[in-house]
Design a protein around this ligand. Sequence first.
Ligand code: PLP
Length: 480
Amino acid sequence: MPESDLGDIGADEFREHGHAAVEWIARYLEGIEARPVLSRATPGQVRAGIPDAPPEEAESLTDILADIDRVVMDGITHWNHPGFMAYFAISGSGPGILGEMLTAAFNANGMLWKTSPAVTELEEATLDWLRQMLGLDAGLRGILMDTASMATFSAMVAARERATGGETRRRGMDGHRLRAYTSEEAHSSVIKAAISCGIGEEGIRRIRADGAFCMDADALSAAIEEDIAAGWTPLFVVATVGTTSTTSVDPVGEIVAACRPHGIWTHVDAAYAGMAAIADEYRWALEGCESVDSLVVNPHKWLFTPIDCSAFYVRDPAALQEAFSLVPEYLRTEDRDVTDYMDWGLQLGRRFRALKLWMVIRRFGRAGLAARIREHIRLAHVFAARVESDDRFELMAPAPFSTICFRYRPHGMSDEPALRDLNAAILDAVNATGTVYLSHTALRGAYVLRLAVGNLRTTKRHIEQAWVAVTESLGHLPIH
Ligand SMILES: Cc1ncc(COP(=O)(O)O)c(C=O)c1O
């Protein structure tokens, strides 16, 4: 191979195919509604279109890009589709997509301030903007992580070190009996964090939730007292603002008050619903967070930033550093008064994640973001009103934000297994339409359907379409 062929592709080839790729993306987003939102691929279908062996010789970008349509598309569930209302609906917005392109172009690794000062300083500044938009106090400093799971894990490790005076870092658990607490409605990532950091599944106490699915702070206090009496060291609590099933909000202020006397680290998982606080009338969502130790919100959930992008705020970055910092000689620098984010967590290499968030915030503005969030809440409540007005259906939980829990329950039927089968059949029928994608959860043993609004393309028409899909699905049920 001639030496001239050993570098990257030329600028002209990049330009030509780059323009084609952008054109492809623009057409994809414009026409996305014509596609079935949930992939209809069968297991192995995508794999079957991919050769078993890698290409020996170079292929053209024309051929490679053509395979996006031929091989990939049928296996994509379109999270950017306006009918995507499953889990928490998200958007990879235009500004965010452009930000991702630039991030790849720079390919900068922000492990140290020195390895790309802009990566660190844009991240610090953007997270401070977001902090202000959320109405959080200036005592919180931010770092971007890939996911809320990683943020909660990092907070738990820092809490573990604080509680054991750095001993677990040196000697492992060594007989420590450590306790963490979260509600029975908390996300599984909290349990995974406990599994990963040595506290273990049995080291986590799931605190009872009340009738509105919010953590019972009195039950938390009682559990802490009981554990102390039994020789456990309570060290960490996760309160959730916007639980995954119903979006209930734990009483953060009361939880902080229960933890403070014992020096327990309080972490708030506001992965989805924290963003609501950008709209003034939803500021209450983050009330009580003035003195929490840490908090996570996910711009990749409800702030229109392409996945992954999770904003982790911590009051005492030194606690993270004490838990994680380990600097080999080759990474030592003489820089002072700078942030080396590699010291704040597990990962060393760090992508330029702030760029896309910075572009999203600038292109939409705080007011534009608040208006979009407000609209999603309004649309979800249009759906809730349809459910309420039809006596064959019932709402299953309060809906403070843009997620509605409901189920079909004809003639006051009370046979839970039968209701489960009916609602599971509704879900399958709705999702088979290709126009809407809903998901489900379990609430106190009941099988419940969930509709979550969070995609920028979703409008009232799509909400009506979802309701039509739900009611028409009844025609396919064995009994109704
Ligand atoms: C409340 C809550 N916390 C955490 C997570 C996990 O988020 P991530 O995928 O960013 O780890 C989710 C996911 O939906 C969630 O709903």
